[in-house]
Design a protein around this ligand. Sequence first.
Ligand code: BG6
Length: 490
Amino acid sequence: MTSQIIPVDPFDFIAFGGTGDLAERKLLPALFQRQQAGQFLEPTRIIGASRSKLSTEEYRQFARTAITEHVRAEEIEPDELARFLDRLSYVSVDAKSGDGFAELEREIGDSDRIRVFYMAVGPALFGAICAKLKEHDLVSADARIVVEKPIGRDLASARALNDQIGGVFDEHQIFRIDHYLGKETVQNLMALRFANALYEPLWNSAHIDHVQITVAETVGLEDRVSYYDRAGALRDMVQNHILQLLCLAAMEPPASMDADAVRDEKLKILRSLAPIDADNAARLTVRGQYRAGASAGGAVKGYQEELGNGQSTTETFVAIKADIANWRWAGVPFYLRTGKRLSARASEIVIAFKPIPHSIFESGAGRVHANQLVIRLQPDEGVKQWIMIKDPGPGGMRLRHVPLDMSFAEAFNVRNPDAYERLLMDVVRGNQTLFMRRDEVEAAWAWIDPILAAWEDSGREPQAYTAGTWGPSGSVALIERDGRTWHDPN
Ligand code: BG6
């Protein structure tokens, strides 16, 4: 089965931080894949911009290496790669001094093509780059800016950044990426909920007992020491990815897939989250930090040793019991957890339905399990609807809990595109549905800030957990005190 490719209008893609890690691992490979799939129209150009002094030839070499390292060899057509490299050029710019912007202006020229300015740089540079783009009159009507998290480290700093960007670009030109929204299964959650009549009538507190969202990783700090230790799991994963997943799972049906229709509904959820602060944080949240253990098959150091700082109290794990205070969800807890160096890489949303009200079966038939809908983001993308059936065969009535399994890789023989492929093409199209609006980002921080403050004021250190486990014991207690258990993602 082939997926349908709709070409996008020709565009100029200007990658600030074009020689950095994000450009290398994600942006260049994703753009290459979209060209190879036939999605580009000519003339489309990609301009790398960063402080390094490189020639265009050297940048093409950098891109060639990036693509050969991050795209599977059998997926690279040599002619396509050559064609891709031909559309690349490079300008050395310095956002602080402004050096190189005149050259960038010349390189872009007078075209009225779509312009995508991608900020693959730290947020400290967003304001300076925006100011230079304005000074050089580069913000055309068809320009868009793409920014990555972290968009602030609290509400005040997020507002300041949004002001800097918003001073130059209109909100409809600003694309705040949350790459989780580009993941195939996350979009499937919308299809599942709103393209089927089956689930929506059950999607509320009358039928759903609770919801679990797990984003588990086996990696540790990787090479992001200074960023991560200042951020921690709550800022790094919950403020953005996990809250976005929660919004999509919990929002009311939007009137359409129009960007603002969807984002209005997500915003209502963010604003309905019951506050967690000094009064209840100890009961509703758990912070953890990993110690030495075994992960992904080998011995690994603890967080503090990896960091080289035995004093760090940054959390590498967080679990939260969140409540959405509205009619649909009152009384349905949303248990959220995420962590580094956990037992497996697994992300999923579990919709746990209520048990049947009365069993007609004899005890010998076995336990009647409550239905669960498991939406698996990664790995093994797919959806499993767990139901009870009769054990097949002539024996008596014995019940079995089995999954109706929709594993996407098996069901549809298509390559699972990286989230960036989808998102970058949406940027070019000007479709903001899968991007965060300013008020969403700020509403998420408004909920996160009091949790951060409560943790800081409590002076309590994160609970230790051994690398390669499912987090600290407090996380198990958080859900088991309510008579529920974490779904095992293995
Ligand atoms: C990033 C976080 O946003 O998402 C990382 O900063 C995390 O800490 C990553 O590892 C996880 O993304 P994915 O797509 O691998 O689940």
